[in-house]
Every structure is written in C-alpha cells, then in structure tokens.
Design a protein around this ligand. Structure first.
Ligand code: FAD
Ligand code: MLT
Ligand code: ZN
Length: 473
C-alpha cells in the first residue's frame, strides 16, 4: 500500500482513510457529473487537530490536498485531478455544533456541519440563519465559506462573507489559526478572515466558524408575478423596493423557457398563473409581525404595477403551503436542467441596471455562436446575478453543442466584461473558469493573488488547478 496512505492510517485509523476505488467513488465526481478525478486516498479526519496532522504529513511529502465538504460545487472545485497524487480531505466528520448564543446572536460550528442543520438549530434557538440555497440539505458550512455562497436571501442578508464573524483555519503547513471570535467589531490588523472566505480551498482548510444569527422572520408574504421580460422585472424590483424597503427578502427571476423546462421535469411543480408567461418573478417579503398587513402591502404594490401594465398577472400565496408551492418551482430548476441534458452554465453578475440589455445582447451572441441553442435564464435578479444557462438546439448532439460552447461562453462573458460584471457571481472559479482568469482578471489582480498564494502555500499543495491559473498562459 502507498506509504502516504499508510502514514495517514496511522494518524486517522483505517476506517477513515479510503483507498479502495469503490469507497472513494462518491468523493471523486462532482454533483453535475462534469468532472471525475482519482485520489491516492480520501481521508475523513474527525477533529481540527487531525486535519492539522494530515496537512503536516502531506506537506512533509509534498502531496497535494483537495478539501471537500458536501461536494455540491458547480465549478468542479472539490474534485481532484486525474494524477492520482492528491489526498481528498472530506470535512464531513467535523460536524459538531460548538456553541449557540441567542443573546449574542451567534452560532459556532465545525466546518462539516450541513447548512440545513445550522438553519434548524438556529430555529430551535428562536433565531434565524438566512443562508438558503438549493443544495442546503448536503452542502456544508466549510464549503459555503470557501465558495462564499450566495443563494436566495442575499438581497436582504448578504453572502456568506457578510454572515461570518470568526474562522478557524488549518494552514497548508498544518498550523492552526484560531480566529473564532464572535466580535462584530475588531480592528486589530488585516482582515485575515476575509482572505479565506471565497478562497475555494486554495489558501487553507476551514475547520470552524462563528456565524451571525438573526431574529426569526415571523411573517412572510410570497407572490408569483408575470412580467414581459427582464427589463420589466428590473423595473418591478425598484417598485417593490420603494414600497417594501428592507422587508424585501428574495426576488428570483425566471424566463418563460425556464418555467416550461421546470414544469416539464418537476412533476410536483404547478404554475400559479392563468397562462405561461414570457417571464416571471418570485417575490418574498418577510417581517417580524402582522403577516396580513405584510401580504396586503405586497398585494397593493403588485396591483398598482398591474394597473401600470408592468405586471401582467400575479398570484399571492394565501398560506405557507402555497408559498412552498411557489418556491418548489424555483428550487426545481437545477434538477430540471440536469434532467434536460448538458447545459452550458454561466453564473454571472453585473449592475442590476445592466441586466435587461445584457440578456438581449447575450441572447443575440448565443444565436450567432450556436444557432438554435436555447437560453434558459433565471437567478437572483436583485443581486444582479443571473444563471444564464444554454441548452443545445433541439436534436443537436452533446458533442456538436460542446464544440460550440467555448465560443458561446466567450461571447457571453465578453458581454459581461463590457458591463464590468463578474464571470462567477457565487459558484466560484473552481476548475470550470480557471483558464479564463488571465483574460478576465487584471494582471495586477492575478499577481497579488499569486503572491498571497505563494506566501501561504509556497509548494502549491492546496487544491491545485482550482481558482488560480498556475502560470500566465
Ligand atoms: P464542496 O462542493 O465540497 O466544495 C466547494 C469548494 O470549497 C471547493 O473548492 C472545495 O475545495 C472547498 N472546500 C470545501 N470545504 C472546505 C473547507 N472546509 N475548507 C476549505 N475549502 C473547502 N451556490 C450558491 O452560492 N448559490 C446557490 O443558489 C446555489 N444553489 C445550488 C443548487 C444546487 C442544486 C447545487 C447542487 C449547488 C448549488 N450551489 C449554489 C453551489 C454549492 O452548493 C455551493 O457552492 C456550496 O457552498 C458548496 O458547499 P459544499 O459543502 O458542497 O462544498
Ligand atoms: C441556483 O440559484 O439555483 C443555483 O445557483 C444553482 C444553479 O445555478 O443551477
Ligand atoms: Zn444561484
């Protein structure tokens, strides 16, 4: 047996060092089935000290390490390459909730705790943890931090970066940084915490975090509104914000093609409108009290927009069950896309005011580079974040479409570049976008990132091939 694996067994015990291919399999392919890797071993440490010991052993032998949480990355960030050299460190066994402080409104957890568990524990403590995304049943807090996850409540609560107070990190040389403070104010040096958030496992392994908790929203009002296009949706966003202010919690856009795809594949999804719209928005308000008044505020705002011709049809959920049914449509999109086939996924962000003309320009660019290909557009419009997915033309083979994707993606991302947008709003760079970094990031940005990487991980052992291109090529 490989002597590295032997040494790791000495550290973690045989049960927590997976060397057999069938045992490793679930850890070596990404959620989309786009990336497949091989590993020297998949290890499952049960404590921060064990993570540190594994990192020291791998560093001493210059063995590359791939951190993994729930393996739900949409950019291939948690999948090893095919060299068979890497050790995949799964953080799933680091799953203790360390402390819940309802007075200080904080929760301290291990990195391997699943997001849905943190949501539940916050609720049990009479509080609310707002990060919410389609993978919440399996993604972990460590992965949420490493990918700076967004989701459907960023509009009101921010991304994972804004939800985090303290971090515990094992560095590439095995040292442990205990930055698990629960302070909302601490100006004692550089923002080390923020360096690791969004670093996609390339600067350190996050083993613990202190997260913010919020007052539980006791009242919600949810609506599904038909609009003509993205431009109307942006105008509606402004109108609802003017009337509802910070009560506006989610504002999710879907095109008619997207809705049709969801209804085709998600059998318990029901459209709450009289007819299939050109586009639609799922709107949610939340507040501390008086759900009836909140619903009336949303309803009157939408009715005014109907009178102005901005909203073409609308349904207001009358209870939690109906609200859940509205969300079932939105939450079904990723699954529907996977069932439909291999989409070219683009997770882009831009100033909200640019969204309408971006969609027109991107659709035209797709038509030119992949005639007949079908844009399926949805996303967190309030954050300026669209998931601009493109499916092959009807009847087109995956291979023929795949040959067109590089040009198609370049065209879509050129439109983003012209609007000073981002080619990765929330899913991270991972393997998927790493080759585009030299095109899309200014040389000085790449230089600074490489210098930081060189300082913390001079041997380039942590998550090689992800986020940062190894050279300027
Ligand atoms: P993994 O996939 O295991 O890893 C993600 C990255 O973080 C990798 O680079 C990995 O190396 C690194 N990493 C993991 N754990 C650690 C750690 N402890 N320390 C250091 N690095 C680590 N994302 C959004 O932002 N918004 C969405 O709305 C959204 N919706 C999704 C819906 C579906 C159905 C799916 C499948 C995914 C969705 N995602 C979304 C993407 C994904 O769920 C998030 O990026 C999530 O934060 C990843 O968490 P994870 O634990 O699965 O991380
Ligand atoms: C979402 O918002 O549903 C996710 O980011 C997943 C996706 O883009 O497919
Ligand atoms: Zn998303």
């Amino acid at each position: 047996m490989d002597e590295v694996a032997q040494e790791l067994i000495g550290l973690l015990g045989e049960a927590n060092v997976l060397v057999a291919k069938q045992d490793q399999a679930p850890f070596l392919t990404d959620w989309l089935g786009k990336y497949r890797g091989t590993a020297r071993a998949v290890v499952r440490p049960g404590s921060t000290d064990e993570v540190s010991a594994v990192m020291r052993a791998c560093a001493a032998r210059r063995v590359p390490v791939v951190p993994q949480g729930g393996n739900t990355s949409m950019s291939g960030g948690a999948t090893p390459d095919n060299s068979g050299q890497a050790v995949v460190i799964s953080l799933q066994r680091l799953n203790r909730v360390r402390n819940v402080d309802p007075v200080g409104n904080t929760i301290s957890v291990d990195a391997g705790v699943v997001l849905a568990k943190v949501q539940q524990i916050a609720q049990d403590a009479g509080r609310f943890f707002p990060l919410s995304l389609g993978a919440e049943g399996s993604c972990t807090i460590g992965g949420n931090l490493a990918a700076n996850a967004g989701g459907v409540a960023v509009l009101r609560y921010g991304t994972m970066r804004e939800l985090t107070l303290g971090l515990e990190v094992v560095l590439p040389d095995g040292r442990i940084w205990d930055g698990l403070t629960a302070l909302r104010k601490d100006n004692t040096g550089y923002a080390l915490r923020d360096l690791f958030i969004g670093s996609e496992g390339t600067l350190g392994i996050i083993t613990g975090a202190v997260l913010k908790l919020f007052a539980r929203p006791l009242a919600r009002a949810t609506a599904f509104a038909a609009v003509e296009d993205a431009n109307a949706a942006v105008t509606l966003l402004g109108a609802i914000r003017d009337r509802c202010g910070d009560r506006l919690t989610a504002f999710e856009f879907m095109t008619g093609e997207c809705l049709a795809l969801i209804l085709r594949h998600i059998h318990d999804a029901r459209l709450p409108l009289a007819a299939m719209p050109q586009a639609a928005v799922l709107i949610e308000l939340s507040d501390q009290n008086d759900e009836i008044a909140l619903r009336e505020r949303l309803e009157s705002g939408l009715m005014e927009c109907v009178e102005q011709g901005l909203v073409l049809d609308a349904a207001i959920a009358q209870d939690g069950t109906q609200a859940k049914a509205f969300w079932r449509i939105r939450e079904g999109v990723s699954e529907a896309l996977v069932r439909e086939g291999k989409a070219a996924k683009h997770d882009v962000s831009m100033p909200v005011s640019s969204i309408a003309d971006f969609v027109i320009a991107a659709d035209a660019a797709v038509g030119a580079s992949a005639p007949g290909a079908r844009p399926i557009v949805f996303g967190h419009l309030g954050d300026g974040n669209l998931h601009y997915n493109v499916l092959p033309a009807p009847g087109q083979s995956d291979a023929d479409f795949a040959a067109l994707v590089p040009d198609l993606t370049r065209a879509v991302h050129d439109e983003i570049g012209q609007r000073r947008g981002s080619i990765s709003a929330e899913h991270g760079i991972g393997q998927l976008r790493v080759s585009e970094m030299p095109i899309r990031k200014a040389p000085i940005e790449l230089e600074l990132m490489r210098q930081l990487k060189g300082l913390l991980d001079p041997a380039g052992l942590l998550n090689p091939g992800k986020l940062l291109p190894l050279s300027n090529d």
